[in-house]
Design a protein around this ligand. Structure first.
Ligand code: NIG
Ligand code: FE
Length: 427
């Protein structure tokens, strides 16, 4: 919403006369949104989107206090926002990003166009390790400054919660600096930031050939120090038997996370089937992400464990993966699916959740309802949040407003931002 729209929209309601047709102000609500259609994402009967046409939302103290048909709205509020027929969704949640990093990898992009593969580049010391060099050389201020424009691109699309991983430091100082930069992003902008320690992203150059030693250092050195400083909300790892960590090495990191009371997430089965899905399930992971190569047994185990499957179509597209995630097995198992940008310099330089909605539908054949749940309700679950992701009383009043004719339009446009407003914590 532009400033002038907002001025027009935010008319204080005229003082109530107490007439029969006029709702009285009371102290139940401090703000209401009217002239909107709601995509509550709280499934109702046959409708997975929980649509309420001609709806209204009321907030009190940053929480949603009331949701329903406008005609049923029980009271007025001090501030009324008229939404010109916009569709309101829960604020979008990008549950998997590597938003904080130094440099970029446009040169490797060129190399790939000249024939090198993502794996070739990683094995030749490029890939993740080239971003590690750039990130180690960056100050905390540099990291914040370079991340802000990427974060702003997400916010402009209606994102109100974003997850940010470390993983380009691979030493305690730099991992901590990345996570402090991530926390600062949440102070610099109106957005919730959830942080994940991804020290087990790659073997650092100084430990080349000694993965086991590095894993021990992550488990006994980096992770306890990060936990003590409260810098991480969860612990992530990259299981890949060829270019990252084996399932056994990953398990050592996860054991340490559990000793420190931190939930885990996993980059799993992205380039081959390493049994990552089953491993994530065994540790009750919040999510297993990528999972193109996850097998049906691993997928079923995830569903039983309540582990969310996070699909990352930006990385699938950018590295020109051809193995589709096994959506049939995921649906059969009743696996909750989220959808995220994986925003990172190497495999998904894509600061756009709306683009992921389109790619999730186009590349993976998600339905509109699945895709939208993937950036709201299920994305919240992938971060362990039960206070957001739907429009329902008691939840955080985080909203995203879109000038679209129907929810499907959010998935339909390629590279067009229809977001016209964003509300965080009721403001
Ligand atoms: O999620 N899979 C591993 N990590 C990132 C890529 C990181 C990079 O290439 O810099 C991912 O795709
Ligand atoms: Fe990732």
């Amino acid at each position: 919403m532009t400033a002038s729209d907002r001025r027009r929209a935010e008319e204080p309601e005229a003082p109530s006369t107490g007439g029969v047709n006029r709702p009285r102000h009371d102290h139940r609500f401090d703000r209401v949104w009217l002239d909107a259609h709601l995509c509550t994402m709280a499934p109702r009967g046959e409708d997975p989107l929980g649509v309420i046409e001609d709806g209204a939302i009321a907030a009190k103290d940053g929480r949603i206090a009331w949701v329903g048909k406008r005609s049923d709205l029980p009271a007025a509020a001090e501030v009324t926002t008229r939404c010109d027929g916009a569709w309101i969704l829960p604020g979008l949640i990008d549950c998997h990003t590597h938003l904080v990093f130094g440099g970029n990898r446009a040169r490797e992009f060129e190399m790939r166009l000249e024939g090198a593969s993502y794996e070739d580049i990683a094995k030749a010391g490029g890939g993740i390790l080239s971003t590690v060099r750039a990130t180690r050389a960056a100050s905390e201020d540099d990291l914040v400054a370079s991340a802000l424009p990427r974060l702003d691109a997400l916010l402009a699309e209606g994102v109100t919660t974003v997850e940010v991983k470390s993983g380009y430091g691979l030493d305690l100082d730099t991992e901590a600096r990345m996570l402090r930069a991530a926390r600062r992003l949440g102070q610099a902008r109106a957005v919730s930031v959830a942080t994940s320690l991804l020290a087990a992203h790659a073997v650092p150059p100084e430990s080349a050939g000694r993965a086991a030693d590095y894993v021990r250092h992550v488990a006994d050195g980096i992770l306890p120090a990060i936990a003590a400083e409260g810098l991480a909300d969860a612990v992530d790892a990259f299981t890949d038997s060829a270019i990252a960590f084996t399932p056994e090495e990953t398990a050592r990191v996860f054991d340490a996370a559990q000793r420190h009371g931190l939930r885990v997430k996993l980059h799993a089965d992205q380039l081959r089937d390493d049994g990552g899905a089953a491993l994530a399930a065994r540790y009750g992971a919040l999510s297993a992400d990528h999972i193109e190569y996850a097998n049906p047994d691993g997928i079923a185990a995830m569903a039983r464990a309540g582990t969310v499957g996070v699909l990352l179509p930006g990385a699938f597209y950018f590295i020109r993966e051809t193995k589709q995630p096994d959506l049939a097995a995921m649906r059969a198992a009743g696996l909750r699916l989220a959808l995220a940008t994986d925003l990172n310099p190497g495999s998904s330089p894509a600061p756009s959740v709306l683009l992921m909605l389109n790619m999730g539908c186009t590349l993976f054949r998600l339905t509109v309802a699945e895709a939208l749940a993937g950036v709201t309700r299920h994305a919240a679950a992938a971060l362990g949040f039960d206070d957001r992701g739907m429009l329902a009383p008691g939840l955080r009043c985080d909203l995203a407003l879109f000038a679209v004719s129907r929810p499907a339009e959010l998935c339909y446009w390629i590279g067009r931002n229809t977001c016209v407003g964003r509300v965080v914590n009721g403001r």
